[in-house]
Design a protein around this ligand. Structure first.
Ligand code: NAD
Length: 484
């Protein structure tokens, strides 16, 4: 299996290479095989990418938004037409099962392109009457934006960042995660084919230092990062030196609260989706599942039954429901969490092992019950298929415990009592919330976190504000009244 691209980087409309950059081996998590060898961007390539983005952005911003939108729509149509090939590449890059990558990753990216293509032409300013004079405002592009991606949804992240950026007249330089660098290059190719002028979406490969270097360049107006809290803190601090705009989509330890009156099947289904989709490597996962005591034993019994039927295996097999973790490093981290959870006294309900083959980077869908708030499993982001089930008695108690976290990305509530659903969700400290649903992230809805989980929002109308700024123009219509 080989997935070697024509070059490591994509700059000013074509692939670029510089063998002087350190090697990045791209590994297929299904087998551990090296499927491509790329090079990190050298300073000369970084300079080319910045110069071409800065050059191209001005003319792009001067177009009518509807013209920019037309190109983004064409890119979305190309993504949909090539859905199968793109899904296969995403599976090679990430190890996620083909049944997920066909429906979730690129399709959600195409949604974002279509949504912002349609939204950008509707963005207008205000006119503010001042008696005789007036002020009008215009929302305009920021300039060159840097996007830095995580490895769990590489192509979706590239689209979610570039779609609003480009729609609003910005250029974007995107640095994918060094673990999953392939999808963004395909996106760059597709944009050119769709008619995007060269330079507006450049891709540079590299580890953290390449991203860090980009943020400090005076030509860069904004950085949007999807990654861990530790990286977010570094990137935010660096961006602050130049007072650059930021969007930070970081980690979480989100609560999913299941009341006694919830539908058992829905609660179990949501808890599984909230912990096992993409082998648990989803930032918004509801990894602290608070179950009210009256539901607890029924919930655990049904969860065990359903979780044990999940088909773990070859990600390219259409029947596979859960693939391996993305890397050997991630496997080591997740198995470490499992071992420590056992040592701390959490009760293993199911899973905990490496799956039927007992090799590869697989971890079985794992459920721990009787988890208490102070245990590591209730505090730290695992980023693997490991669910922590905690018990609770009262509404008041569960709200306080759910909020006792430094994270605040997402939260969910399951109950048939509609007043309670709204009352509880309104008190949870989280940016992205669900009632009787979990982990659905349509592009129409703003997505992002509070507290250490992030700053700013992706998707929805909210994203427009994060990729544009307001110019206010005072229009003098009366004689100038100078006191001198
Ligand atoms: P990571 O923080 O290790 O890396 C993220 C990206 O930042 C990578 O491209 C990396 O090369 C780059 N980077 C690292 N150090 C940098 C630096 N000093 N300056 C600039 N860039 C730097 O995260 P990861 O392991 O790739 O992804 C997993 C994390 O991402 C989890 O914590 C997860 O919760 C989070 N995540 C959040 C969201 C969200 O939307 N909120 C979505 C997906 C993943």
């Amino acid at each position: 299996m080989k997935a070697q691209p024509k070059g490591s980087h994509f700059i000013d409309g074509s692939y670029a290479e510089d063998a002087a950059g350190a090697v990045i081996e791209v590994v297929y998590p299904g087998t551990g095989e090296v499927i491509a060898r790329l090079h990190e961007a050298t300073p000369a390539l970084v300079e080319r990418a910045l110069a071409s983005a800065a050059r191209a952005q001005k003319a792009w911003a001067a177009l009518r938004p509807v013209e920019r939108g037309r190109i983004l729509n064409r890119a979305a149509a190309l993504i949909r037409a090539r859905g199968e090939a793109l899904a296969q590449l995403e599976t090679l890059d990430t190890g996620k099962p083909i049944q997920e990558t066909r429906v979730a990753d690129w399709p959600s990216g195409a949604d974002a392109l279509e949504y912002f293509a349609g939204l950008a032409p509707t963005v207008t300013g205000e006119t503010i009457p001042l008696g005789g004079d007036m002020v009008y405002t215009i929302r305009e592009a920021l300039g060159v934006c840097v996007g830095i991606g995580a490895w769990n949804y590489p192509s979706q992240i590239a689209c979610w960042k570039s779609a609003p950026a480009l729609a609003m007249g910005n250029a974007m330089i995107f640095k994918p995660s060094e673990v999953t660098p392939l999808g963004a290059l395909k996106l760059a190719e597709i944009f050119i084919e769709a008619g995007l002028p060269p330079g507006l979406f450049n891709v540079l490969q590299g580890r953290g230092a390449v991203g860090a270097g980009l943020i400090s360049d005076p030509r860069v107006a904004k950085v949007s990062l999807t990654g861990s809290v530790a990286t977010g803190q570094k990137v935010y601090a660096r961006a602050a030196e130049g007072l650059r705009h930021v969007t930070m989509e970081l980690g979480g330890k989100s609560p999913l609260i299941l009341f006694d009156d919830a539908s058992l099947e829905d609660a179990v289904g949501a808890a599984m989706l909230a912990n096992f989709y993409s082998a648990g490597q989803v930032c918004s996962n509801g990894t602290r599942v608070f179950v009210q005591k009256g539901l607890k034993e029924r919930f655990l019994a049904r969860l065990k039954e359903r979780a044990e039927k999940i088909v773990l295996g070859d990600p390219q097999d259409e029947g596979t429901q859960m693939g391996p973790l993305v890397s050997a490093l991630q496997l080591e981290k997740v198995t470490g969490f499992i071992a420590r959870a056992k040592a701390e006294g959490a009760r293993l309900v199911t899973g905990g092992g490496r799956g039927p083959q007992n090799d590869g980077w697989f971890v079985e869908p794992t459920v721990f019950a009787d988890v208490t708030d102070h245990m590591e499993l209730a505090r730290e982001e695992v980023f693997g298929p490991v669910m922590a089930v905690l018990d609770f008695d009262s509404e008041e108690e569960v709200i306080a415990r759910a909020n006792a976290s430094d994270f605040g990305l997402a939260a969910g509530v399951f109950t048939r009592d509609i007043a309670r659903a709204h009352r509880v969700i309104g008190q949870l400290e989280a940016g992205t919330c669900w009632i009787n649903a979990y982990n659905l992230t349509p592009v129409e809805a703003p997505f992002g976190g509070v507290k250490l989980s992030g700053v700013g929002r992706e998707n929805g109308h909210a994203a427009i504000e994060h990729y544009s700024q307001v110019r206010s123009v005072y229009l003098g219509l009366s004689p100038v009244d100078a006191p001198y």
